[in-house]
Write a protein that binds this ligand. Sequence first.
Ligand code: NAD
Ligand code: G6P
Ligand code: MN
Length: 435
Amino acid sequence: PVKIVTIGGGSSYTPELMEGFIKRYDELPIREIWLVDIEDGKEKMEIVGAMAQRMWDASPYDVKVHLTLDRREALKDADFVTTQFRVGLLNARIKDERIPFSYGMLGQETNGAGGIFKAFRTIPVILSIVEDMKELCPNAWLINFTNPSGMVTEAVMKYGKWEKVIGLCNVPVGAMMKEPETIGKTLDQLTYKFAGLNHFHWHKVYDEHGNEVTQDIIDAMYEGKDGGLPANIADVPFFKEQLDTMKMIPCGYHRYYYRQQEMLAHGLEEFNDPEKGTRGQQVKQTEAELFELYKDPNLDHKPEQLAKRGGAHYSDAACETIASIYSNANRHIVVTTKNNGAVPDLPADCAVEVSAYIGATGAKAIAFGELQPAEKGWLQCMKNMEHCVEAAAVTGDYGMALQAFILNPQIPAGTNAKRVLDELLIAHKKYLPQF
Ligand code: NAD
Ligand code: G6P
Ligand code: MN
């Protein structure tokens, strides 16, 4: 019987996770689930925790959901630890968005200055979780969903020296759910190959005869077919000529780079509209609605409204990964894991988000091969930017933080870059003991 611990248990995504476990119970016989949160999230955890227990009670399985603020109590003898926490909650995210926008820069949860600061707040916490795991559950797997998922996962490997970690994102899941029908196929007829970084990967697709169908999917998306773009990203189209030359499908987040001007304009328009506000401000509304629903003692299944959140279907990645490790299934899942040569344009020991086979020994990244110059250039810039962010997050070195800001393509270098950095350091002081 399996013990699961979920840190950040008060997240509105918890029912999503329960649904995924219930669906896979035969393959993954869970005995207990421990939701862990902190004082600030206690009320949320109690509401969503009761809802989680109702979901199990409505299922044929006997699983107890424990709620605690004592992380160490929960971690004892855990088999799988999943992380879905947000240091500073949505108010911190809103600052990550509003401060850069107020200087005319992108304010976004995982990209630009906001994403860098989310890493600064999160990395010290994940490393302290790893230290507890070394002591209390040294054989457990850490399944990280906390953003920026790629950098947080890499920090666990590199600075936490913890190898049993897999990073996840729902973006590849969304693509694989929606793209097959754009060309009249089903997922089981297709072979997917992803490579890149979290929120910065590309993919290619092949049919059951081994013929590449990437271009067919690109063409279908330009005919208006739904390619599974997450709910939080504005649908600014890519330049078709660029994709025709690239011969790969970019992820939704590439828009922030390939159509930077339009995406920034869109973000600034919402930021300046008092009716809308930033994505974080909008999500606050959705979250409040969701928690009202979760309070209903008759609700025992995941509500439709959760689909308004960008992370919808995340449980398909998380629960599938855990089940595949547990049953040594060696299934294809897109994960953040050690490169090991899968993307030869990046160092072998860095973290990449790639197609992998997931089994009892973890993730085996599938070789993707060398990229064309444009993608190679982006990737090397972004990966080294990530390295600077992680180093600054661990050491609190101001010069290194500035290096990350200046290297990040969403932050025009100069006086304002330094001003935004300084303002964010002050705004988040409480959560940045390392600086
Ligand atoms: P949320 O604001 O609901 O936060 C989740 C919980 O974390 C809260 O209840 C909060 O109290 C708790 N928390 C904060 N600090 C903590 C700590 N030190 N220890 C334990 N718990 C702590 O967040 P959300 O919107 O549900 O998102 C959760 C996380 O998942 C975020 O980091 C978000 O970026 C990430 N996310 C990732 C993806 C992905 O694709 N990887 C998709 C969506 C969301
Ligand atoms: C998905 C991503 C997450 C992202 C989230 C935002 O696009 O994969 O990593 O941060 O959704 O969703 P939200 O609803 O919080 O804006
Ligand atoms: Mn993601």
